[in-house]
Design a protein around this ligand. Structure first.
Ligand SMILES: NC(=O)c1ccc[n+]([C@@H]2O[C@H](COP(=O)([O-])OP(=O)(O)OC[C@H]3O[C@@H](n4cnc5c(N)ncnc54)[C@H](OP(=O)(O)O)[C@@H]3O)[C@@H](O)[C@H]2O)c1
Length: 413
């Protein structure tokens, strides 16, 4: 719980920035409202008269330095991050404070890791990109599901969205990313990012009930390929998106999300279903909730809280791989999603979705053409359920035994 420390929020009057400001306030922090537009900033400040508001532009480093004065950390919610991340990270490094962002732009996240991970470590501070729904939640789930594994052959992250009303920032950021990769598509294979022009196949993914089987666009590549690869040895990382949400996103008349509750959340629901495989052993973990923008706030704020909370051992030099260290375990970062009933987020596993046997092959949950998950030769597939959950709200990783191997069952407090 924050003790009145100032945490700057750049892009505070944006859709996501507002959720982050609200979350910080609920957690006892004093958000500093930052943005480039004086009028929008003033309008937001009128609804939070007790908070400081500072105009700042990424084109004016001195304005960023002034804006960060007195801040213990900054959460950057201003995207496209191709334009905002580097100048704001530089300002955070000058100020000697932690930087966390919600960037979903693959190239911007790659740049942040490439240019700032070592500098942040050398400076003893924290630069943590993509601590949000995309890039953050999938990474945490994969990290939790892998548990004691130090490597895996594959990680699959399927996004089961009921639909997607994108914000203006999402649309513009998508355009910028497309331009940066010359209109090509991107995937993560063979341990590296690869650009290609292949068509994206539509497959069926079986999500936990009640969502069930859904058409998904395969290799609908999201920021998780960057964040997972930054700290885990997994050469094949795939992300999948429900076909309806993908169509919503690319619709020429896509409309912004509309609030349906007092917290400002839309009616959108999501399931993030992850599957990791090492040899013949497979683990699954899923999280479900409401509104991908709203749920980004507790992810980013929880990260800041863990960086700033004095009794945490890993306040300095936190990078992606530090999520696995003692004191910063991913299940603890997931705790606010499960422990706060207002977010209506649950972590779940569904034993009924375990790998079913059929002769010498099992039928994986993901089916379709060449993208079928690799079949595993027969044998008795037992299964164990390992409790990897945070204290309240259980997160269960399903551990499947194959080829006579027994996956270790582990329990975390
Ligand atoms: N990883 C995830 O899961 C996740 C989750 C939520 C959001 N995001 C990303 O976060 C970004 C914001 O999303 P949003 O939903 O909040 O969109 P939004 O409501 O359209 O807000 C965009 C914000 O970014 C600011 N901004 C844009 N370009 C800027 C620049 N060059 N300098 C300073 N400020 C700038 C805007 O300020 P002006 O109004 O002055 O232009 C506004 O405050 C997008 O890139 C989105 O993809 C990612």
């Amino acid at each position: 719980m924050g003790s009145g420390q100032n945490v700057a929020v750049f892009g505070a009057y944006g859709h996501t920035g507002r959720f982050v400001v609200a979350e910080l306030r609920e957690r006892g922090y004093l958000p500093l409202l930052l943005g480039r537009d004086q009028d929008k900033l003033r309008a937001l400040a009128q609804t939070h008269p007790e908070l400081g508001a500072r105009q700042a532009s990424v084109d004016d480093p001195a304005s960023l330095d002034r804006a960060l004065e007195g801040a213990a950390a900054v959460i950057n919610c201003a995207g496209p991050f191709a334009a905002t991340a580097a100048p704001m990270v530089e300002a955070a490094l000058r100020a000697g404070i932690a930087y966390v962002d919600v960037a979903a732009e693959i190239e911007a996240n790659l740049d942040t890791f490439a240019h700032f991970a070592e500098r942040a470590n050398a400076a003893g501070t924290v630069v943590l990109p993509a601590m949000a729904f995309y890039g953050g939640l999938g990474d945490l789930l994969v990290t939790t599901a892998m548990g004691d594994w130090t490597a895996a052959d594959e990680a699959h992250i399927a996004y089961g969205l009921s639909g997607w009303n994108p914000t203006g920032g999402t649309v513009v950021s998508g355009v910028v990313s497309q331009q940066r990769r010359g209109g090509r598509r991107v995937r993560y294979t063979g341990g590296q990012v690869e650009y290609h022009d292949d068509a994206l196949p539509t497959l069926q993914w079986r999500f936990p009930a009640p969502l069930g089987s859904q058409n998904v666009i395969a290799e609908f590549t999201m920021a998780d390929i960057v964040t997972i690869a930054s700290h885990l040895a997994v050469p094949e990382i795939r992300t999948y998106m429900t076909a309806k949400a993908a169509a919503d996103l690319s619709a020429p008349n896509a409309s912004a999300p509309t609030a349906v509750d007092e917290r400002g959340r839309s009616a959108q629901t999501f399931v993030v279903d992850v599957l990791v495989r090492s040899g013949g052993t497979e683990r699954r973990l899923a999280a479900a909730g409401q509104d991908i923008y709203a749920v980004s706030a507790p992810l980013a704020v929880e990260a800041v809280d863990r960086i700033l909370t004095p009794d945490q051992v890993h306040r300095r030099g936190l990078r992606g791989r530090d999520l696995r260290r003692p004191g910063f375990p991913p299940c603890h970062l997931l705790a606010p999603l499960t422990a706060r009933p207002t977010w209506h987020t649950r972590l779940t596993s569904d034993p009924d979705r375990s790998l079913s046997r059929s002769g010498r092959r099992y039928e994986p949950d993901l089916v379709g053409g060449d993208h079928q998950l690799g079949a595993v030769a027969g044998g008795e597939f037992g299964k164990q359920v390992a409790d990897v959950g945070p204290h309240r709200g259980r997160a269960e990783a399903q551990v499947v035994r194959g080829r006579g191997r027994t996956a270790a069952t582990r329990t975390r407090a």
